[in-house]
Ligand binder design. Structure first.
Ligand code: RUB
Length: 301
């Protein structure tokens, strides 16, 4: 897919989820790198950087997107266009392979936290969280899942379908029923778009309410997040921008025409580390307060 097509699909959420947008973006950059016809290495790199920016500007919250693009751009070096191109292609292939392997490593470690008979609650649609749940099921554990519908885009329906297709009993609930059902839940398992250096987890809007309800009911919250979702920028003071999408995703705005009604649609929120039990990464299971260690470890790779 071209850069433009990929950027547009990420923007309109045909491609979504922090991991998937990162993988699709670098794959689009690879296609572009193979097609650029430039007269010098400078012009070649300039074109790559422009392509990168177009992809980065699609969705602001998930650091996975810019971390993935930065990872491949840092490796796009060489004396000639051919060399730069070959290094970029290798970096993209390495990134995609490692990011898929990371999901499996997370699932293996995360499934150890799920015991036979567990009732799990998940929010939104996270590949890493879902794979962890399916892994526990494959290990023979009898589990069941509450999946929130996840307004306004209903990603929870995808989650419910995927889990059910894998033979896991699922109950789909409205987001506002989370506290109602929390007493029946043994563990909350969710994904992340960004993990800040202070352990704050940024994920789909409503995650912080889920975590609050879990905390009140003494239910542990497990976050499944690959190392490239940790934000080095936050260690340098950067605030994670919370994406606000069009009000029409919530309601037909014409219904309120002429009335003093504002419609707001922030699509992610921040969960403080004190409401999170552990974060499962491919580099190990950590306390959210150890997020900075993952940032350092990931950079050393
Ligand atoms: C998706 C979402 C997911 C994370 C992690 O939001 O919040 O929980 O992105 O997903 P959206 P994954 O639907 O707005 O992209 O584990 O697949 O990377």
């Amino acid at each position: 897919m071209s850069i433009e097509e990929t950027a547009s699909k990420i923007k309109n959420m045909e491609i979504r989820g922090a991991g998937k947008i990162a993988r699709c973006a670098v794959m689009a950059l690879k296609e572009y790198a193979l097609s650029i016809d430039a007269e010098s290495t400078e012009l070649y790199l300039k074109a790559l950087r422009e392509g990168c920016n177009e992809l980065k500007n699609t969705r602001p919250t998930a650091i996975s997107l810019s971390n993935a693009l930065s990872y491949v751009m840092r490796r796009a070096t060489g004396e000639s266009i051919e060399e730069i191109r070959a290094n970029l292609v290798k970096a993209v292939d390495d990134f995609v392979e490692a990011s898929i392997a990371a999901i499996e490593q997370i699932a293996t470690m995360g499934s150890h936290r799920i015991v036979d008979g567990d009732v799990i609650l998940t929010h939104c649609n996270s590949t890493a969280a879902i794979r962890t749940i399916i892994k526990a099921h494959e290990e023979g554990k009898q589990i069941s899942v509450y999946a929130t519908e996840t307004r306004p885009r209903y990603q929870g329906r995808i989650t419910a379908r995927t889990l059910a297709e894998n033979g896991i009993p699922v109950t789909l609930i409205v987001d506002s029923a989370v506290r109602f059902f929390m007493q029946k839940v043994d563990i909350v398992i969710i994904g992340a778009d960004t993990v800040a250096s202070n352990g704050v987890v940024i994920n789909k809007i409503g995650t912080s309410l889920v975590a609050l309800a879990a905390n009140e009911a003494r239910v542990p919250v497990l976050v499944c997040a690959e190392g490239y979702k940790f934000s080095r920028e936050t260690a340098m003071g950067r605030i994670v921008e919370i994406e606000e999408r069009d009000p029409s995703e919530i309601v037909d705005v014409a219904e309120f025409e002429g009335l003093d009604v504002k419609i707001k649609n922030p699509v992610f929120d921040q969960t403080p580390p004190r409401y999170i039990d552990s974060i499962v990464t491919e580099m190990g299971v950590i306390s959210p307060f150890a997020a900075y260690d993952i940032i350092k470890k990931f950079e050393e790779r």
